[in-house]
Design a protein around this ligand. Structure first.
Ligand code: HEM
Ligand SMILES: [Cu+2]
Length: 569
């Protein structure tokens, strides 16, 4: 039952959760307030946007590899189109793929199921959040088809380029873009309220704070980070919109405005944002690893405190994106120190994960492969971040392909590997069917190998001085010589994209032909596996009671190797 206020009025009803009105297509799939359906809506919208973002990457990488040639399914990529493609590729992948899938889809689907309640605290607000998000996606898509095309001022949208139509040359595209981004922020601001309130207030009887599965904690902390950091940027977005359309000069240096102000507003949000998406993916990895290593999470409390600590620290590092923006070197030292500090908790989490694997009874099913890859690939991202965090080195690396490779080694594990780990792991719960494991493994290797072939070469190009956001490098003799490297990266990308169709095929084929999953196919301990798959409206016939922590595997003296949270002693 969704509407919590109904509980009182219907308390005497003997037909429990099923007294609901007839469900039509519209009430079930479109205007549902059920957290699971809203989670699905976010998931499918995010996946659809990922196809668009992936296609954009294909188009601009083809331009980089074969400048001036007709790109199949696109045509010639003009410089303006190139800018719009890279801008919107980045924006889409972060705001319309990573955020909706990692936070909103998994948060919605998992939080009530993992803490043992029937729905979010504010189901209608939840639905509103999705609707605003959908609107934001529509506005973004509209920005590509208006006169002069989509915005091309980079996903960071720095003024003055973004603030003046004379510079950006895309008057409507820019304004729609910033509107879409602002709407998306509002959607997640509303959504976060539910996650935090629900996890804190609706837990099953017996579930203490330390019994909450790690992924729920991490989504909660991520939501708080988002809510605490996004305000300034929503204000900034409105100011930028006003500069674009109402003749204000917040960011215009010629009229006393300050373009650097935007950079502060953007990165004060932007850096915490990377942890907003990192934390849920890290949480998903924890759940998957414990199940497929049959082990307790090593140092649960340490991970939890580290999560809080990382959250706080993430607010202190933003100006490491501005080392070349004329920052006072003494201030640059401060931001170097905080930036290097934040590597410590992140590294510690990875060590905890490796310690969790140590001595485990490891089962290499598809979700586990993704979880292991998360750790391996993310470490490369983290380590290269340390180079960039040193302000002296960053003056050289800034805005080169080195930075690009660094953040793809962090974002790819998060937004792609983490999502695949989660989807392949919870698929049986979401749809009641098993995915095909062989196809899953083909998809895994077909993604991981080309991924590294794309981005390792980009570190090399970056170190050689290849700058970001340039349409055709063959015009620079010192960079023209690396054309083979760019072709190699691009071919790898095309291969990787093609392998994604294996996943799409597996996803939909398994819906029809997959083996029935049953309630708990992986022998997991957490609450979502104690109800039927997929769970009905209201999640449980009778809400569970919790007796222990989330990861009791291989407890000595028990016949089964797992001890579900809801099983009495
Ligand atoms: C582990 C510690 C990390 C450190 C020390 C670090 C450090 C840095 C630094 C100093 C930069 C600025 C480079 C420049 O523009 O010149 C940077 C860029 C970036 N980092 Fe990281 N980073 C870390 C982790 C992450 C994570 C976890 C993510 C993503 C979830 C991430 C995503 C990004 C992005 C997107 C950019 C580029 C932004 C842009 O200019 O478009 N980083 N990183
Ligand atoms: Cu940062």
């Amino acid at each position: 039952m969704a509407e919590t206020i109904d509980v009182g009025t219907h308390a005497g009803d003997d037909h429990g959760h099923d007294h609901h009105h007839e469900e039509t297509f519209w009430s079930k799939y479109v205007f549902s307030t059920d957290h699971k359906m809203i989670g699905m809506q976010y998931m499918f919208t995010g996946m659809f946007m990922a196809l668009i973002g992936g296609f954009f990457a294909y188009a601009f990488r083809m331009q980089l590899a074969f400048p001036g040639m007709d790109v199949p399914f696109w045509g010639i990529v003009t410089p303006a189109e190139y800018n719009a493609l890279i801008t919107n590729h980045g924006a889409i992948m972060i705001f319309w793929v990573a955020m909706p899938v990692l936070i909103a889809a998994f948060g919605n689907f998992l939080i009530p199921l993992m803490i043992g309640c029937d729905d979010m605290v504010f189901p209608k607000l939840n639905r509103l959040s999705y609707q605003i998000f959908l609107l934001s996606a529509v506005v973004l898509l509209a920005s590509f088809v208006v006169e002069n095309g989509g915005f091309g001022g980079a996903w960071t949208s720095y003024p003055p380029l973004s603030a003046k139509h004379e510079y950006s040359l895309t008057p409507l595209g820019s304004s729609l873009w910033i509107t879409a981004v602002a709407l998306e922020f509002v959607a997640f601001l509303i959504g976060g309220i539910n996650f935090v309130t629900t996890a804190m207030n609706s837990r099953a009887p017996g579930m203490k704070l330390y019994d909450i599965p790690m992924v729920v904690w991490m989504i909660v902390v991520a939501s708080i980070l988002f809510m605490a950091s996004v305000g300034p940027l929503i204000a900034g977005a409105i100011m930028l919109f006003m500069d674009q359309n109402l003749g204000t000069h917040f960011f215009d240096p010629n009229a006393g405005g300050d373009p650097i102000l935007w950079q502060h507003l953007f990165w004060f949000f932007g850096h915490p944002e990377v942890y907003v998406v990192l934390l849920p993916a890290t949480g998903i990895t924890a759940e998957v690893m414990c199940v497929f290593a049959r082990k307790k999470l090593f140092a649960y409390r340490t991970v939890l405190y580290t999560t809080f600590g990382t959250g706080v620290l993430s607010f202190t590092v933003w100006a490491h994106h501005q080392f070349i923006a004329g920052i006072d070197p003494r201030m640059a030292h401060v931001f170097t120190i905080t930036t290097l500090l934040i590597s410590i908790p992140i590294a510690e989490m990875m060590f905890v994960y490796i310690a969790t694997l140590y001595g485990g009874d490891i089962r290499l099913k598809t979700p586990m492969l993704w979880a292991l890859a998360f750790i391996a690939e993310f470490l490369i991202g983290g380590v290269t971040g340390i180079f960039l965090g040193a302000s002296g080195a960053d003056i050289y690396f800034h805005d080169t392909y080195f930075v690009l490779a660094h953040f793809h080694y962090t974002f790819f594990p998060i937004a792609i590997i983490g999502v695949y780990a989660g989807v392949t792991f919870w698929y049986p719960k979401m749809f009641g069917k098993m995915m095909n494991d062989t196809l899953g493994k083909i998809h895994f290797w077909g993604t991981i190998i080309p991924f590294n072939c794309i981005f390792i070469p980009l570190f090399v190009l970056g170190a050689a001085g290849q700058h970001r956001r340039i349409h055709d490098f063959t015009q620079y003799p010192e960079l023209a010589q690396y054309q083979d490297v760019r072709v190699f990266a691009t071919v790898s990308l095309v291969i990787m994209l093609l392998f994604q169709f294996v996943f799409i095929y597996n996803f939909f084929m398994s819906l029809r032909k997959g083996k029935d999953a049953g309630p708990n196919p992986w022998n997991s301990t957490t609450l979502e596996w104690t109800t039927e798959s997929p769970p009905g409206h209201g999640n449980w016939k009778e809400l569970p009671t919790v007796y222990r922590g989330p990861y009791e595997y291989q407890v000595p003296g028990r016949d089964k190797d797992f001890w579900p949270q809801n099983e009495p002693n």
